[in-house]
Design a protein around this ligand. Structure first.
Ligand code: GLV
Length: 406
């Protein structure tokens, strides 16, 4: 009996670092989401986690990946798997771009700096949001990796032109114009809570803050959360808390049009990406306008509830514009196998935002490193199980319901 016991009992070294201990218990994005839910005040978690109105589009993005299945090929004699790809003509370690997310510091005090460093280490581009809580310059100072910059159509186009020049001076390689935010989506979780940015600790949130002392202490110890790209500007930099709906509806121009896309080209000589394309017709117009990539996106289900899920758009858009402009699929990516599905349908890369915010909220920068490591491995494993050696070989014959099915 003692021999049996000896053969089965194993005591590993005790992990003393609380972040590593937390991460050691996580194996999926859903696990990171649960950890973030525990660590963040409810208002901050719901701002990240929630979507517009009934959250149907939010759910539809994930459901589209879940209901798409593979046609794995076997006995293919693969001698190696290469998951590297190119996005906007330059190498990426695997076909992923980190999406722009506003107010990243509500998930962790390092915010955008942590995410940019993790993306650089993982070898994938990171997109900094206009509404970031670290500036264009601060982010470049911590990363030599590939950086893209996202812009909204501020009513004050002079401000846009100035930010674009700052991004060019800091060697950001692409400008991502978000086109799905003519007005702000109604995120009912935030409406119910009166959630403002930066978050406030007041009578209604004090209990929430006390229940999350780690987050509250970190917030109080770090410098104030500001809209770092517009600090000191008339448009408001977050020194007085605002609801995002009021901010966006007052500062952003709902009359954005294709003429503005042309105008952007006059102030920016680099690559232009349109984020928020949701129909084949608009993808064709974007290709006609000569943009370098379209991001098929419904803003993670945070804008128009009832907008289509993005994965089913990939194939028709690829049929209409493939080869003329790159196609990036955003929304609902929770696993590396989702990235493989989008590429097999015809995308050049995926974008993801919410998942890395869960990782950041769960375990800070180490959480984002862990997530990107999982996804890199997922893509490799999924390709191996599909019998595919390179990203270029991913095509529709590997998806159920493809013409190859018979
Ligand atoms: C900002 O872009 C948001 O979706 O909250």
């Amino acid at each position: 009996m003692l021999d049996t016991l000896r053969s089965v009992v194993r005591f590993g070294p005790v992990e003393t670092d609380p972040v590593r201990r937390r991460l050691a218990r996580a194996a999926s994005v859903e696990d990171l989401r649960r950890l973030a839910r525990r660590r963040l005040p409810r208002g901050c978690f719901d701002y990240i986690d929630g979507g517009a109105e009934d959250e149907r589009t939010l759910a539809a993005n994930e459901a589209a990946f879940a209901s798409t299945t593979f046609r794995p090929r076997v006995l293919r004699g693969l001698s190696g798997i290469d998951v590297s790809s190119t996005v906007l003509g330059r190498a990426a370690a695997f076909p992923l771009v980190l999406a722009p997310t506003g107010f990243t510091r509500i998930a962790d005090p390092d915010g955008e700096l942590a995410v940019a460093r993790a993306a650089g280490r993982a070898g994938v581009p990171y997109t900094l949001s206009t509404l970031a809580t670290r500036s264009i310059e601060e982010v470049r100072a911590v990363s030599d990796g590939r950086l893209w910059f996202q812009v909204y159509a501020w009513r004050d186009r002079g401000l846009v032109a100035e930010m674009v020049q700052r991004a060019a001076a800091q060697r950001y390689e692409a400008l991502v114009l978000t086109v799905d935010t003519a007005v702000f989506g109604r995120r009912e979780r935030d409406v119910r809570r009166g959630f403002s940015l930066p978050p406030t600790i007041g009578p209604s949130t004090v209990v929430d803050g006390m229940l999350h002392p780690g987050w509250t202490l970190a917030l109080l110890r770090s410098e104030p959360i500001r809209f770092a790209n517009v600090v000191g500007r008339e448009v408001g930099d977050g020194s007085s808390p605002v609801t995002l709906a009021d901010y966006i509806n007052s500062q952003f121009d709902p009359a954005l049009s294709w003429a503005d896309v042309e105008w952007l080209r006059t102030v920016w000589g680099g690559k232009v990406v349109l984020k928020g394309i949701q129909t084949v017709e608009d993808a064709v117009l974007a290709a006609d306008a000569g943009v370098d990539a379209v991001v098929l996106s419904n803003h993670g289900g945070r804008q128009l509830d009832g907008a289509p899920a993005t994965l089913p758009l990939v194939a028709p858009v690829a049929d209409a514009v493939g080869g003329r402009t790159e196609i990036i699929c955003d929304g609902g990516v929770r696993r590396g196998s989702d990235i493989v599905k989008a590429l097999a349908a015809g995308a050049d890369a995926c974008m993801a935002g919410r998942a890395y915010l869960y990782a950041l909220g769960a375990a800070g920068e180490a959480g984002v490193d862990t997530l990107l490591g999982w996804w890199h491995d997922d893509v490799r494993r999924t390709m191996a199980l599909l019998g595919v050696g390179t990203v270029a070989e991913l095509d529709r014959s590997l998806l159920d319901g493809s013409p190859g099915e018979g």
